[in-house]
Design a protein around this ligand. Structure first.
Ligand code: 8DG
Length: 136
């Protein structure tokens, strides 16, 4: 399969604090710099999704998820890649989020995050999250 059509696995952590979730802005130098997303990244070869989630949250924020569950999975085609995105809800974690990669981070109500330039794939997820949090 040509490189550009490979299906990449990406994990994204929806870290919750009360009715807010932690959003991160992609830093300069990364693809889609300036757009907002949930912390996470690509699973490495041989790594399971849970390991990838734990590694990415430690690398990017220095936090350790204590409880997490897979909430939604979607497939998205970007210009050169197709990705399978796994969104995990994380209601409990250890540590204080620290933006280790120069990224901006913010605790936001999902409906407020919709005012930010979100990665395209995240828009329906953030809408669904607003609805989910509203119900609780
Ligand atoms: N982390 C994250 N990535 C997302 C989200 N939504 C979404 O479409 N993506 C896409 C953007 C990228 O194409 C891909 C993640 O790649 P990445 O470049 O952030 O992965 P990484 O942290 O492993 O980065 P790198 O080591 O390759 O620089 O998934 C999201 O909510 N969180």
């Amino acid at each position: 399969m040509p490189e550009e059509t490979k299906l990449l696995k990406v994990v994204a952590g929806i870290v919750l604090r009360g009715r807010t979730a932690l959003f991160a802005q992609r830093p300069a130098g990364k693809s889609y710099a300036g757009q907002w997303e949930f912390p996470g990244g690509k699973a490495e070869p041989g790594e399971c999704l849970c390991e990838a989630l734990q590694r990415e949250l430690m690398e990017e924020l220095r936090i350790r998820p204590l409880k997490f569950r897979l909430w939604k999975a979607i497939t998205k085609s970007y210009t050169r890649t197709r990705i399978r995105l796994y969104f995990y809800i994380i209601p409990e974690f250890e540590g204080t989020p620290n933006a280790c990669e120069g990224q901006q981070i913010a605790w936001l109500l999902p409906q407020h995050a919709l005012d930010l330039p979100l990665l395209a794939a995240d828009v329906p997820i953030v809408r669904a999250l607003a609805f989910e949090i509203e119900r609780c």
